[in-house]
Design a protein around this ligand. Sequence first.
Ligand SMILES: [Zn+2]
Ligand SMILES: [Zn+2]
Length: 465
Amino acid sequence: MKNPEAQQDVSVSQGIRMMFYMMKPNETSFQALEEVPDYVQKATPYFISLMLLELVVSWIRKGKPPGRLDDALTSMSAGILSRLPSLFSRSIELTSYIYIWENYSIISLPWDSPWTWYLTFLGVDFGYYWFHRMAHEVNILWAAHQTHHSSEGYNLSTALRQSVFQIYTSWIFYSPLALFIPPSVYAVHLQFNLLYQFWIHTKVIDNLGPLELILNTPSHHRVHHGRNRYCIDKNYAGTLIIWDRIFGTFEAENEKVVYGLTHPINTFEPFKVQFHHLVNIWTTFWATPGFFNKFSVMFKGPGWSPGKPRLGLSEEIPEVKGNEVPFSSSASQLLRIYVVVQFALMLTFYEETFADKAALSQVTLLLRVCFIILTLTSIGFLLDQKPKAAVLETFRCLLFLMLCRFGHLKPFIPSLSFTFENSNLFSVCMFAIILIFHIAFYYSVLQRITMTMLIRLLTYITIPF
Ligand SMILES: [Zn+2]
Ligand SMILES: [Zn+2]
């Protein structure tokens, strides 16, 4: 029998509570996996609201924002990229789990018992601890997880900086739960465990007193994101810090934390953020002599090299002074505004694509995903001030018009769209004008783009075909 209290729609009260794992078992217990809401996708407005709240609190307290725009956009880009595969199929974390459940489960705990709910909460959090620890201690797993640590800032946007291919490794650590816990219960906790970790990525919350003993808190997770020597390989917890206390990886926050990778990547390009360490492993793998050494390059710690202990030497970690200047974009203020506008417009397409995915054809879905990836790449190029940025951005805008022309994308404000179906000459003229402006944009060296920016913004809200 279905649970009448479990709703597919998420109310505002539930939306707020789910960000802090404060949901009750009876409102989040589902019989079938298909009934489990996509809580993570429904969390977008709460992500944005909490980020705005953090911005306000930071302005009031310190008179400055909690982070940098270029860094935050790159983090949000990574978050979007990591969600795109779920448009096409169930995540491997669920498919592998269902396979084990259907073929190898030993007992089936009741899906509607609060005891199952609480046990799954602990089981998923325990699985997360070990996955996360291995993601730091095994180089090939670190290649995925390093994305999350590549920000040199620390604010709520950092939480969204997620790896695209991390889930292809994390599923292993949850699979023992499939021997006795129904997939619908697991699917709920997998999402809440991830959502809980959003609010702890902030500097505006200092110390939470006795809660610090049990829960993973902003203070504990700040240590986890630090590149100070005392922070490395510490505080792997998801929701409960008790696992770190039990397994000896706990470290309290003391001296000022400097955030990011021990060797910063100094880029805002989304593909480099995701894949640069795989390239490092590839080159190190071929440069390291001996079969067992090559094997160790992949499966020992990221700091390992022949003759060193499994996790490398802590004295080789570059020392930090606390006054390090994070890498930042040299883009002009105008270009930054342009980038924010394009990012916001893309976000509406992204949200709309998820909302309408059942009604969209596979071709439209694929083209939209390509357009989103291209937009994120182009924004990264613009922030990095790459020489090819203008060409790529021009191509992207033309592609946008083409996708609208053939019905794969809708204009941002449909009521403002022109419909000149019978006026081909007009269409060609408008197209030529836009093309000229794009070429002008290309030669304006990205600094003097006020006019082109305006025109290209207009191309988004009005489709002159
Ligand atoms: Zn980590
Ligand atoms: Zn984190």
